[in-house]
Ligand binder design. Structure first.
Ligand code: GLC
Length: 692
């Protein structure tokens, strides 16, 4: 097929037909394929900003909190089925950028602050999506961790930090799930736009990771089409009326661009079309499938719900006929997703208010408690507060739903603080003083600062932006029909100033220096032994769990494999789920390493009293660090420790393991060995300077 195409036809494949479609080559029988957002459901536009109804699944901030690859795979497969039925061949998701700062406006679209959690769930999403034939697009490569200045800022990241943190999740997804596409990011990485960064798009992505698919640009992010093509960017989106296709042809004709590079990209596009075309067969999803999707969205939202604190007030017992004050506008006007390209037109949505009323009837009294935030976000309405106090005083328990307003969490700009709106904070403090047990429900796509009211609340629940079924799911959890299965995929700090990126975000003069290096997320707080409001991995269940009999085998010198096994027991009186988290406290190394890093995890669902033996295998990369001097992943011989816990701060058992080097492997160069090289270099430098 490629050989039969003219240069013009090959070049025409390299940019879109319009906002969402690739170009066909009618003469050669090459059809167009359709790409659509977004990670949380199909946004199949029929006209600008108007899209077909689709199931709005929990956002990635919620899916990340499930710590459940199987569940994420099911959600992605459901989205894939809906995409195919709407004529979409490629979905533009998952987004797996690391939550470097909780301020990033797009954190609701990303999974976690940690590269292992992001990579494992991102790979599950790609597998699920592609099981339907619809292509997945892992995005945005790389270091796209803030929205402010995203089109022009350069993420200045040292190579070890890139490898160990900001590329690691992409590497896991590309090498274990083979996404059809990778999307390059808007920003520059160390000065070079991702869309034309050969180190990123060819050296790392293809030469090292063996990526076989196509690289698509983020929308309107190609600055030099010929340079981008050379770097490894195959498809420019959206279409630009063939203007840049002509530039490619001219460059080839002028001998400035090797036609083999055009062939390489054109072949990838032909292979993509060939692979995804069969996904769309005119399917019509019947109501039973859509009902299954709604049930799945509800189960996923419950499984993502993180019970941050609970003095026993939860779960509510419907039989106790408690009078419940339900306070907070978001209980009646659901917050289900963030703004921007991921926005889905939901097939329906019901509020927490409706879901609770369905079960508890007129035992529930609803009041808005705070004003709509569309107008002055700082406005406080005393009448609303007073009315809420009255209702709460007269109730057995109060559920207060607060969170970030729609315009606060969005693609395109970042938050300026971690605060809940002032009106909500005033309401929480006043209600905490009533003495009525308070259940605070937070709806946000990323961490917020929990104020002084936190200590007075009987329970605190992080419900995320959990999609169209968020209301029923929350009712399931509050009423005990579902166990709160979520664990934090990001740290909730005590205050913004404590966060890892605080002194270097948002960057200056066009450069965002990742000064904290590998100490992102929980690694930062652990390395500095800082108190946090709620740690990475934290989440309570309605039952309790015990970890026993941890066994850690000897490391296999060749593979670096270390078998790990432990027994998890549900020691409470009701079924529940838990996430066994395996951290490695590294052996001494010639570089600064975090006190511990998440390396594996497993979600288990156990009946009351049930025990389960959990077995995992760690391997070379779980003990290694990236040695930029040798350009390889190095193990340092010594004693590491494998610890298992229910969060990064609730570590239950640990066993030392000796890290051994592969036979014949050289240990990483020591500083003593590096020093002469550096001196020689500087000698050469001073020689050059003298000559100059
Ligand atoms: C947006 C986003 C990207 C999305 C694309 C198409 O700007 O950055 O994630 O898939 O453009 O809407």
């Amino acid at each position: 097929m490629l050989a039969s195409l003219t240069l013009e036809e090959k070049a025409s494949l390299l940019s879109g037909l319009d906002r969402w479609r690739t170009k066909p080559v009618e003469r050669a029988g090459v059809p167009s394929v359709w790409l659509s957002d977004g990670p949380h459901g199909v946004r199949r536009e029929t006209e600008p900003d108007v899209s077909l109804p689709a199931t709005a699944f929990p956002t990635s901030s919620a899916l990340g909190a499930t710590w459940d690859p199987e569940l994420v795979e099911q959600v992605a497969a459901a989205i894939g089925r809906e995409a195919a039925a709407q004529g979409v061949h490629v979905m533009l998701g998952p987004g797996i950028n690391i939550k470097r700062t909780p301020l990033c406006g797009r954190n609701f679209e990303y999974l976690a602050e940690d590269p292992v959690l992001s990579g494992v769930l991102g790979a599950a999403y790609v597998r699920g999506m592609q099981s339907t034939g619809v292509g997945a697009t892992v995005k945005h490569l790389a270091a796209n961790n803030q929205e402010n200045g995203r089109h022009w800022m350069s993420s200045e990241v040292d190579e070890r930090t890139l490898r160990e943190v900001y590329l690691a999740a992409f590497e896991r997804v590309v090498t274990t799930a083979a996404p059809r596409l990778v999307m390059s990011s808007y920003n520059r990485v160390n000065g070079v736009h991702s869309s034309q960064n050969p180190w990123l798009l060819t050296h790392v992505l293809r030469d090292e990771w063996g990526f076989q698919g196509a690289v698509v640009s983020d929308w309107i992010s190609v600055h030099d089409r010929v340079a981008a093509l050379r770097a490894g960017l195959d498809l420019e989106m959206p279409g630009v009326d063939g203007v840049t296709d002509a530039e490619v042809v001219v460059a080839v004709r002028a001998g400035e661009l090797d036609e083999a590079i055009v062939d390489r990209a054109a072949l990838r596009l032909l292979a993509l079309v060939d692979a995804v075309l069969p996904a769309v067969q005119g399917q019509v999803l019947d109501d039973s499938v859509l009902a299954d999707h709604r049930a799945l969205a509800r189960r996923a939202a419950a499984d993502a719900t993180v019970l941050l604190a609970n003095d026993g007030v939860l779960p509510l017992d419907p039989a106790a006929a408690q009078r419940i004050a339900l306070i907070g506008r978001f209980a009646d006007e659901p917050r289900i997703q963030g703004r921007g390209s991921a926005c889905v037109n939901p097939r329906g949505q019901s509020s927490i208010r409706e879901a609770l009323a369905a079960e508890l009837g007129d035992l529930v009294t609803y009041l808005p408690g705070y004003p709509a935030h569309d107008d002055d976000p700082a406005r406080i309405d005393e009448h609303l507060v007073d009315a809420a106090v009255g209702a709460v005083r007269g109730s057995d328990a109060a559920i207060v739903v607060v969170g970030l307003p729609d315009h606060v969490e969005s693609e395109g700009y970042d938050r300026t603080d971690l605060e809940l709106p002032a009106a909500q904070q005033v309401l929480l403090e006043v209600l905490a003083a009533t003495g009525t047990p308070l259940v605070v429900v937070l709806v946000s796509g990323s961490a917020v600062r929990l104020g002084e009211w936190h200590g007075a609340a009987s329970a605190v629940v992080q419900a995320w932006l959990a999609g169209q079924e968020a209301g029923p799911a929350l009712a399931d959890v509050l009423l005990g029909r579902a166990d709160p299965g979520g664990r934090l995929g990001e740290t909730f700090p005590l205050r913004l100033e404590d966060t890892p990126a605080h002194l270097s975000y948002p960057g200056e003069r066009g450069r965002a220096r990742y000064a904290e290096g590998v100490f992102v997320g929980h690694r930062w707080y652990d390395a500095r032994r800082m108190e946090v409001r709620h740690p990475f991995g934290h989440g309570l269940s309605y039952t309790t769990f015990d970890y026993t009999a941890l066994e850690v085998g000897a490391m296999d010198p060749e593979s670096g494999d270390v078998p790990v096994a432990l027994t998890v027991t549900n020691t409470g009186g009701r079924p529940g789920s838990d996430v066994v988290q395996v951290y490695v406290e590294p052996a001494a190394a010639p570089v600064a390493r975090p006190p511990r890093e998440l390396k594996a995890f497993r979600k288990v669902r156990l009946e009351a009293g049930e025990s389960r033996r959990v077995e995992l295998t760690l391997s070379h990369r779980d003990f290694a660090w990236y040695d930029v001097d040798s350009g390889s992943w190095a193990r340092s011989a010594g004693i590491a420790r494998v610890v298992v816990g229910r969060s990064s701060r609730d570590l239950r058992l640990g066993v030392d393991v000796e890290v051994v080097l592969p036979p014949g492997a050289a240990a990483p160069a020591t500083d003593a060995e590096l020093e002469p090289r550096a001196l020689a270099w500087s000698a050469g430098e001073s020689e050059r300077r003298r000559v100059r």
